[in-house]
Design a protein around this ligand. Structure first.
Ligand SMILES: Nc1ncnc2c1ncn2[C@@H]1O[C@H](COP(=O)(O)OP(=O)(O)OP(=O)(O)O)[C@@H](O)[C@H]1O
Length: 451
């Protein structure tokens, strides 16, 4: 008996310790079973308390009266499925006549604390069927991406959503994206995850990093072209526009051939071309975009206009040619001059890390998902990497990328270095891969000053 009590105590202490220190392990060992039982046992009363029930139908009442049975109570949505996941539970509900998905969405917060879970979100799968995703703990506190992920071409699992689902950057669905955030908010780590995710795919990576290349140049082995200053960036972007025109010519030539073949597929973009003809897709990563838009004299102003025009052309026409833009910066608004708002309108994938003010959040979401503006300005400063992501459908989610160090990203890029394709138009911008500079014998701070 004593042994049993000691064992019971040990289990309780272990569970409490895990819950405190390792919530993900707690969930997998104890949490998932306890939460599933709690949801099933409390389901009817919680739904009733949350106003998610409908009165019994007239024929049920009549049947109860006719057969002298007790009067049936209010009816909650039917549980179609309860599925445990790595981070929570997924409940699929069949709505009763008179209920709608909005009622469930409006009750998410009440469901969350009634079932004692960390977070609850819902979405309508089809008419009358709602999926309620519940998380057992704060999955964004320490992001662990699931080992099993959907790795389709041009679709990168880049972060985790707060409902435990993987957030993908899907270039074919949303070709161009803008990532904003104050300094130290986590933009570079997010971009690193993208590069590491794309590194193993058949894709050309092109980088423009006007922070003297400190973010992207260490990853140079996997890049097909890089620029670390606005002058080179202007030339590189012109070369990309020329590449885009070549791809359009190729599509046009293929269309001429297939037009005369009855029932043949007519190519409208590179993905419709036969695999042996298809040009490699290109992802253009621009870090600190404001550096490309600022100018101090007339010469720089001309260069700036050239850069913004090339970016706008790539954003407008690049998708069909398989050129995708990934633009990153602290702010991206009209104060950066003409052409910026037009360019921003083309960048429909939006992600905002912590921002300093409401106007920066508005730059990210004001025109596509106004609800997300408030969420973006509420990101706490002590959680770098937390971001709000939205797209032109108006939907948004809180996400966080896993903490990938520069070392890990460099290792990934080096591993896949031989996958970096050579695009003829971009050869002059191929990064030179010299041997690493030897470490100076005298530390820089203590080196004697030279006259
Ligand atoms: N997803 C994350 N999880 C945990 N820590 C993160 C995450 N993203 C960023 N950090 C931490 O936050 C700090 C700032 O990150 P990062 O360099 O990506 O910010 P940034 O927005 O690019 O800043 P800057 O604009 O100054 O370059 C880093 O120390 C990094 O370790």
């Amino acid at each position: 008996m004593l042994w049993l009590s000691v064992l019971g105590l040990l289990v309780v202490v272990t569970a409490l310790m895990l819950r405190w220190r390792r919530p993900a392990w707690y969930w997998l060992t104890f949490g998932v079973t306890l939460a599933a039982l709690r949801v099933l046992f409390r389901y009817a009363s919680v739904m009733d308390a949350c106003g998610l029930t409908v009165p019994p139908t007239r024929w049920r009442l009549a049947l109860a009266r006719a057969t002298n049975r007790p009067v049936p109570g209010p009816r909650a949505p039917r549980i179609l499925r309860l599925r445990p996941t790595r981070t929570g539970l997924v409940l699929r509900l069949g709505l009763r006549p008179g209920q709608d998905a909005f009622d469930v969405a409006a009750s998410c917060d009440r469901l969350r604390h009634s079932f004692a879970l960390y977070g609850v979100t819902s979405r309508e799968l089809r008419s009358g069927v709602v999926e309620v995703r519940m998380t057992g703990y704060d999955v964004l506190k320490r992001v662990q991406m699931p080992a099993k992920r959907d790795t389709r071409r041009m679709r990168v699992p880049v972060a985790l959503r707060e409902d435990g689902a993987v957030h993908y950057r899907d270039y074919r669905a949303v070709p161009h994206a803008l990532t904003l955030g104050a300094t130290e908010s986590g933009k570079s780590v997010y971009q690193r995850n993208l590069v590491a995710g794309l590194a193993s795919q058949h894709v050309a990576l092109v980088g423009i990093d006007c922070k003297q290349g400190v973010e992207l140049f260490p990853l140079a082995r996997r890049f097909s072209a890089l620029a670390d200053n606005p002058d080179t960036a202007a030339e590189l972007l012109d070369a990309l526009v020329a590449h885009m025109q070549d791809v359009y010519r190729l599509i046009r030539a293929e269309q001429r051939i297939t037009a005369d073949v009855p029932d043949a597929e007519i190519a409208a973009d590179i993905w419709d071309l036969p695999a042996d003809l298809r040009p490699v897709p290109v992802v253009v990563l621009v870090d600190e975009v404001a550096e490309l838009a600022l100018f101090a004299n007339r010469e720089e102003e001309k260069r700036r206009d050239r850069i913004i025009t090339a970016l706008a052309r790539l954003a407008q026409l690049g998708r069909a040619a398989g050129i995708y833009l990934e633009i990153c910066g602290q702010r991206f608004g009209s104060e950066l001059g003409k052409g910026i708002t037009m360019l921003r309108a083309q960048l429909t994938g939006r992600t905002a890390h912590r921002v300093n003010d409401e106007s920066s959040a508005n730059m990210a979401f004001g025109d596509i998902a106004p609800d997300a503006v408030l969420a973006a300005i509420q990101i706490p400063a002590d959680l770098p990497g937390i971001a709000i992501t939205g797209d032109s459908t108006g939907g948004w989610a809180r996400i966080r990328a896993p903490h990938t160090s520069l070392r890990q990203a460099v290792n990934t890029c080096n591993r896949y270095a031989d996958l970096a394709p050579d695009l003829p138009a971009l050869v002059p911008f191929r990064p030179a891969l010299g041997s690493p500079r030897p470490i100076p014998a005298t530390p820089v701070e203590s080196a004697p000053a030279t006259a």
